[in-house]
Design a protein around this ligand. Structure first.
Ligand SMILES: Cc1cc2nc3c(=O)[nH]c(=O)nc-3n(C[C@H](O)[C@H](O)[C@H](O)COP(=O)(O)OP(=O)(O)OC[C@H]3O[C@@H](n4cnc5c(N)ncnc54)[C@H](O)[C@@H]3O)c2cc1C
Length: 471
């Protein structure tokens, strides 16, 4: 099958899927004035593959079928493939205005994990599903994070057994699942949803150790999409957030039948942890790759507004810009290093180095708020007191603004740059980015845990003991 066009993608989403938004049922996700912003963000991915300038990065020849497929679906075989994947994700995020389309990035993270961890019949099912997605050029969301109830309690001991997604029945056609996943990105505008376990599980958690994939328009699957950072936005006040919105949902499985050929894990509790972690290895690499345009925008907007304010030569401003560059380039260098240190795992599939990937994500997340504050410091209070689009478009108000908001640059440039920085660091979209930094792809503590697991601690302790002359 050929690569989808953006129009074919939009058309394919009109399939009767069950979406609820702001308390009401949505019949067509592509027509809803707020939800369509997420659809259009994702459609950029399909446009990219058809643009002559980007085909080399966005499209590859499939080694099995010799047909063209989206480069996101290229199974990485070594560091070069991982680097190419990172650059593609970065390119997509530049187009998305700091938010990646995320309709193939996360889905392929899950597919690579399934292809690496599974064996036997389950692996064959995953391979068939992979072909279905790659050949159909499909958009795939991943529902890993369960709603989880009381975090201190394992799935089988929760008062409500549905707070982790579980198997409630098996029949000749397949399994029946019940429960809910949270924060599922791009679910409302994907074709398929892959479900993965969110944690390691013990022998009593067998009913919760389940992985499968279903089309979004499956009976019993209901998506409750978050309105955060939605609403009517103009491109003057909200230069990024009027177009950069991802659709996250509470994803409820109300006794959904999953056909046997789509079941990848069923009751093998020992595999739940490795599958969850292998997905995360890829997904944190995707994360740090898509953070790079955001950090470049921090550097660029801080330097630009300082210039427009006439303070770019001030020592403290140069210091702040230098700190921002060091931060952005540390993340870029660690991202590249994670790929270069990548290893080839089971079934000949490469993966980014977990220690470097987690160090990168951890460094990004823990220094993010400080970096945003540096950009704000360079900008000034207009970030929250600037006039709106109607003021700027008014024939009587605009001359006043042009006179009084001129700095070392015309008022329009200065106000537009202020609005970009407000979107990035001060408005609700900035809050979205800040929470995304801390929690998406795993909270900071999860990254620390992986750093501790991946580092050769016994080796370092041995060295310290030798230096201390302890046998
Ligand atoms: C914008 C966004 C997009 C996302 N997209 C997706 C997606 O597409 N698919 C998906 O599956 N997930 C997605 N996530 C979910 C993300 O992976 C989770 O938010 C993250 O794993 C944290 O889980 P939580 O939000 O349930 O918070 P919690 O797990 O409740 O964490 C809150 C705090 O409690 C701590 N904590 C939790 N459990 C314990 C414990 N047992 N002991 C000690 N401390 C604990 C954590 O370290 C953290 O500090 C997304 C999240 C965001 C914010």
């Amino acid at each position: 099958m050929a690569l989808l066009s953006a129009d074919q993608y939009r058309e394919s989403l009109r399939d009767g899927r069950s979406i609820t938004y702001r308390g009401r049922r949505v019949d067509d996700v592509t027509a809803d004035p707020e939800l369509r912003v997420g659809v259009e963000l994702a459609a950029l991915d399909y446009d990219l593959a058809h643009e002559p300038d980007h085909r080399e990065v966005a499209v590859v020849k499939d080694p099995e079928t010799h047909e063209e497929i989206s480069a996101y679906y290229q199974v990485p075989r070594g560091p070069d493939d991982l680097l190419a994947r990172s650059r593609l994700i970065e390119l997509g995020t530049v187009r998305g205005g700091t938010i990646p389309p995320l309709i193939k990035e996360i889905g392929t993270d899950a597919l690579f994990a399934l292809l690496r961890v599974l064996e036997g019949e389950a692996l064959e099912r995953a391979r068939v599903f992979y072909r279905h997605c790659a050949d159909g050029d499909l958009a795939v969301a991943v529902a890993q994070t369960d709603v989880k109830g009381d975090r201190s309690v394992p799935p089988h001991a929760q008062p409500d057994p549905d707070v982790y997604l579980r198997v409630v029945d098996r029949n000749a056609e397949g399994i029946v699942v019940r429960g809910a996943k949270a924060h599922t990105s791009a679910s409302a505008n994907a074709h398929e949803i892959v479900v993965l376990p969110t944690r390691a599980m013990g022998p009593d958690d067998a009913d919760w150790a389940v992985s499968f994939a279903v089309p979004v328009a499956t009976p019993g699957l209901h998506l409750y999409v978050s309105p955060f950072s939605g609403g009517d936005r103009n491109d003057f006040e909200f230069p990024l957030s009027h177009r950069a919105k991802m659709l996250e949902s509470l994803t409820v499985f109300d006794d959904v039948l999953v056909p046997w050929e789509r079941v990848f894990l069923l009751g093998e509790t020992a595999l739940a942890g490795p599958l969850a972690l292998t997905f995360v290895e890829y997904h944190r690499f995707t994360a740090v790759s898509y953070k790079l345009p955001l950090l470049d925008a921090f550097v660029g907007s801080a330097a630009a507004i300082a210039e427009m304010n006439g303070v770019s030569r001030a020592g403290h401003v140069r210091d702040k810009v230098a700190q921002l560059i060091a931060y952005a380039e540390t993340i870029r260098a660690l991202t590249e290093m994670a790929a270069l240190r990548g290893r080839v795992g089971q079934h000949g599939i490469a993966y980014p180095d977990p220690l470097t990937t987690n160090m990168c994500k951890y460094t990004f997340a823990t220094r993010y708020h400080e970096a945003a504050a540096l950009v704000q410091e360079c900008a000034g209070g207009l970030l929250v007191t600037a006039p709106g689009r109607e003021d700027w478009e008014s024939e009587t108000v605009r001359p006043v603004l042009e006179k009084y908001f001129r700095g070392a640059a015309p008022a329009e440039d200065r106000l537009r740059m202020m609005n970009l920085i407000a979107d990035l660091t001060a408005r609700d979209f900035a809050g979205y980015h800040a929470v995304l930094a801390v929690h998406a792809e795993g909270s900071i503590e999860a990254e620390k845990l992986q750093i501790l697991r991946s580092y050769d601690l016994p080796g370092a302790v041995g060295l310290a003991r030798r230096f201390a002359s302890i046998d």
